[in-house]
Design a protein around this ligand. Structure first.
Ligand code: ATP
Ligand code: MG
Length: 427
């Protein structure tokens, strides 16, 4: 038969192999207790959501809705989308599960895969992983500062110093219209120099023009009007207090008057954690901001909220790039259980379980028949003892205990072996 053609993972999607797992486990092991300490509770939402959840929240005219969603039609004719981000699903769940009756703020976090039809490259995948934190039901500046502080602590706790918080305030529905008008006037006079997408954005989502990654548009954006000059008194005060909190907590930040974020639902504070050295287009490890309008937009009652999402793929890559040593949490095996013959093989599974219950780190290789090859594995694993159950031993209820360092062995009654091993490992 001809060798069958192999099949590859979809473009921009990858396997996370066993040897990679410790990085991911390490990040969550550090992050989750920190989030819990700050009062965040974990929740999960489905991988698929109604397409409308994202078109209504993230918004038409954004990269996500325009080009990045994986959308499918069910046999029943519904349009579903693989979640491209976690805030809208969290808010949907908050509303749907009546969480508005809980004591506020409701603080939630999540971790899992997200999907965007992005152009794959280092740090940018079509299936990627985010850890997100959301504080729902509190409009105060302290909440924004707490979230940023938490992100900062998380990164530094992972040994990833070297990130700056780029921060801005984009105002709210009271003051943003005046800013949008000023921006429109500015861009209208420069329309010829804009990229094709920005020509469309001028009509659909003008704030996003400041976020354009085309060189020409970036150049034009440099002299564009700045949001901070248009903030009303409340928004200005809010922003000032956030910054005062960050000063007090010694979180390094950079005022970035053109930071707008790609999504529609943000109000007031927006921020991104970018590496100190390169401000590359795909280098943000945490992005977030306040979204006081989103809960209403999704059919809930007027509720302020704020949050961020951390790109776990980028964090794991940063851990590797910075050669940060990750503790290998895997326990070292102390005992190898070898067997010879069918009867012994059957009995060895029961003994294996008895050793596990007794807390003795044991390995075995049930599929193997030759004692020689099993002993070779035992040596490779560096165990202290090998237990050998042969045909004879399995019949008379005994087992051979081999001391690997001393190369000595003795026969022990089966019912005593677990205690004997425990005793000798302690000695
Ligand atoms: P970018 O400008 O890099 O496309 P974004 O503004 O689209 O980012 P957000 O929607 O704010 O990103 O997502 C939050 C975080 O998720 C980002 O800061 C980043 O770390 C991560 N992220 C976003 N898209 C991807 C992707 N395609 N692959 C890997 N990580 C991603
Ligand atoms: Mg993006």
């Amino acid at each position: 038969m001809a060798k069958a053609k192999t099949i590859q993972a979809p473009k921009g999607m990858r396997d996370i192999l066993p040897e990679e797992q410790r990085y991911w486990r390490h990040v969550l092991k550090k992050a989750e207790p920190l989030l819990e300490f700050f009062g965040f509770e974990k929740m999960e939402t489905p991988i698929l959501e109604s397409t409308e959840l994202f078109t209504r929240s993230v918004g038409e005219g954004t990269d996500i809705v325009e080009k990045e969603m994986f959308t499918l039609r069910t046999k029943g004719g519904d349009s579903l989308t693989l979640r491209p981000e976690g805030t809208a699903p969290t808010v949907r769940a908050y509303i749907e599960n009546g969480m508005s009756v809980r004591p506020h703020p409701v603080k939630l976090y999540y971790a899992g895969p997200f999907f965007r039809h992005d152009q794959p490259q280092k740090g940018r995948y079509r299936q990627f992983y985010q850890l997100g934190a959301e504080t729902i039901g509190d409009g105060s500046d302290a909440v924004d500062a707490e979230l940023i502080f938490l992100g900062h602590k998380l990164l530094s706790g992972l040994g990833l110093g070297g990130y700056n918080v780029h921060i801005n305030s984009i105002g709210d529905s009271n003051c943003r219209p005046a800013y949008v008008k000023a921006l429109k006037d500015y861009y209208k006079n420069r329309i010829k120099k804009l990229c094709p997408s920005c020509k469309v954005r001028l009509k659909t989502n003008i704030l996003r023009m400041l976020d354009c990654k085309e060189e020409g548009c970036k150049e034009i954006a440099k002299d564009a009007p700045q949001t901070v000059d248009y903030l009303d008194d409340d928004c200005k005060r809010h922003f000032k207090h956030v910054l005062e909190f960050l000063d007090e907590a010694k979180v390094p930040y950079i005022l970035n008057p053109h930071l707008v974020r790609g999504l529609d639902y943000y109000t007031r504070t927006v921020f991104e954690f970018l590496p100190e050295e390169s401000a590359g287009a795909q280098s943000a490890v945490i992005s977030g901001g306040r979204y006081d309008k989103l809960i209403e937009m999704l059919g809930g009652s007027k509720t302020p909220a704020s949050g961020w999402a951390m790109g776990l793929d980028r964090v794991v890559e940063a851990l590797k790039d910075n050669n940060i040593s990750i503790p290998d949490s895997k326990p070292k095996p102390k005992v190898f259980l070898a067997q010879l013959g069918d009867a012994a093989k059957r009995k060895s599974l029961v003994l294996f379980e008895a050793l596990r219950r007794a807390g003795v780190e044991t390995k075995s290789s049930l599929g193997r028949d030759s004692i020689k090859s099993q002993l070779r594995i035992a040596h490779r694993l560096g165990v202290k003892f090998t237990l050998i159950m042969g045909q004879k031993e399995s019949l008379d209820g005994t087992i051979i205990l081999r001391d690997m360092d001393a190369s000595t062995q003795e026969t022990i009654p089966m019912e005593k072996i677990v205690d004997e091993v425990k005793k000798r490992l302690k000695a």
